[in-house]
Design a protein around this ligand. Structure first.
Ligand SMILES: *[C@@H]1O[C@H](CO)[C@@H](O)[C@H](O)[C@H]1NC(C)=O
Ligand SMILES: *[C@@H]1O[C@H](CO)[C@@H](O)[C@H](O)[C@H]1NC(C)=O
Ligand SMILES: *[C@@H]1O[C@H](CO)[C@@H](O)[C@H](O)[C@H]1NC(C)=O
Length: 184
């Protein structure tokens, strides 16, 4: 984390979110590191989700919202020389992909607050990474320069609650799945 001044509420939010990441990572083998730029994008703005560079030649990159279910797939990208993008069920018209497989989302809103999952298949392996996107309310119409607006606090608070609830659902689902006999 960059050492910039951060209001306590952001630190708290970050702490809760990172705790979730660590917990989920341990369970799901998320080996692919994904970063967000900027860290706290504003409503109406754009955000870039950047996967760490691959050492192998990348065949396909698939982006998903929330999990890797087919209905949650945003797009599948084949980097150059193929350079093909296939838009899927969860594509909203605001997403685009770059040659490094990073995903750009424009005109983001509070409803974009969720997990984003990327599956990257190389000639050797298939790797999965996950990031939780936090969106904060636009602050440009604020007259006073307060450190964090009420809206932003509310946004972060909602994000944390949503994150926590999702986490619980995910764990519950997994527990359920593990009770069922696997067909494999
Ligand atoms: C996750 O990794 C561990 C060890 O690295 C391995 O034993 C386990 O099978 C993996 N789980 C999945 C779902 O790939
Ligand atoms: C951005 O999204 C909002 C809804 O979230 C929509 O009302 C607005 O028209 C969009 N703006 C652009 C420039 O697409
Ligand atoms: C990537 O590999 C995984 C595991 O082998 C597979 O399930 C998935 O369909 C592959 N993705 C694409 C886009 O080929």
């Amino acid at each position: 984390m960059p050492k910039t001044f951060t209001p306590p509420v952001l630190l708290l939010a970050a702490h809760i979110l990172f705790s979730s990441f660590v917990f989920l990572e341990a369970d799901q083998n998320f080996t692919l590191l994904i970063t967000v730029q900027p860290w706290f994008p504003q409503v109406g703005g754009e955000v870039l989700l950047i996967p760490e560079e691959s050492k192998e030649k990348v065949d396909t990159c698939s982006w998903f919202r929330w999990d890797t279910a087919e209905k949650n797939q945003i797009l599948v990208y084949q980097p150059p020389p193929v350079k093909d993008v296939q838009y899927k069920a969860s594509y909203t018209g605001r997403e685009s992909v770059n040659t490094d497989c990073s995903l750009q989302i424009r005109n983001i809103s509070i409803s974009d607050i969720t997990y984003y999952v990327m599956q990257r298949n190389t000639t050797k392996e298939s790797e999965v990474g996950q990031i939780f996107l936090v969106v904060i309310e636009k602050q440009s119409d604020k007259k006073k320069r307060t450190s964090v607006s009420g809206g932003a606090v509310a946004g972060i608070f909602v994000a944390c609650i949503v994150g926590a609830v999702f986490l619980v659902i995910k764990i519950a689902n997994r527990a359920e799945n593990s009770l069922e006999p696997s067909p494999e």
